[in-house]
Ligand binder design. Sequence first.
Ligand code: NDP
Length: 332
Amino acid sequence: GLRWGLIGASTIAREWMIEAIRGAGGEVMAVMSSDPERSQRFASENGIAAATTDLDALLGSGIDAVYISTTNEHHCSQTLAAAAAGKHVLCEKPLALNLADARRMVAACKAAGVQMGTNHHLRNAATHRAIHAAIKAGHIGKPLFARVFHAVYLPPHLQGWRIERPGAGGGVVLDITVHDADTMRFVLDENPVAVTAMMSRGGMGQAGLEDGVMGVVRFESGLIAQFHDAFTTRYAVTGFEVHGEEGSLIGTDCMTQQPKGEVLLRTRDGEKQLSIAHENLYLRAVRLFGDAVAGRGAPSATGEDGIKSLSVALSTREAARTGHETPIDLTT
Ligand code: NDP
């Protein structure tokens, strides 16, 4: 198993990733936090032997890989340092706050010969894999439209930098639209070319940060996809739908961290619930990352995928700001 160092004493590490790393046969060797007291407490609460505030000490501690889940403005410098130390990098989304930094991260990992993954968990959801497979099998004919419902309620313990700090990459677009973008690229197996959007402030976002967005993305084939993301909707249901010439796939309760949700196929033959073998999304991501390090395949979402999802998010913001359909630059 891989020996991991955690960069960031974060909620996502505590709630999902430590368990996923251990479940995939890896070991969490050490955690790094900017705050000595927090790193010690995080280590002892999570059964991690070593705690540090020094990135070089973490990188020099005999680990194979790092999982980076600090706030977004730190991802770039920490990835560059890990790559320079020859460590494989699994980094949280958004990879960075701008495309130049994200490209630099991917290039550095490539130059160092280490694996880089972006933690877009939704590609690992059995629901999305089932929708992808049903499209590939021709069950809905040519896909014409997609709709993504990812409006949620940001729980109080996460209402910090996401709604307060533009410089940390706050706002719903960098937080949630990046996931929609990656999920659409995976499920539809094609790339977006342009986006148009409007953003809103429903009372949660501060410092000018948006807490709601609706937009439409145009893809290479001519398919258009709508998305709706929010921090402020307590009672909405998430979903992902693809509508084709011969049928529709309706995923419900599937834009989530939990291994749950359903997928309905509707065609001229009627309605059929697809059989879904749910599996922990983060565990699958860590397992595939380990396989990639061992020379078998690629991470479920690569560094390049992370650049592309960031690009969709940045173009979404630009489109909302200008009121114009905005091209999406997919240069990696
Ligand atoms: P947190 O706010 O929990 O942690 C982010 C950083 O905030 C930590 O690294 C820590 O810094 C600092 N921090 C934690 N607690 C405190 C505190 N009490 N006071 C001051 N600072 C504190 O963020 P999340 O876990 O929600 O998100 C982290 C990253 O993961 C982001 O990039 C986010 O976009 C991503 N994410 C991805 C998800 C996915 O499913 N792929 C889901 C959730 C988040 P330090 O390490 O220096 O102590």
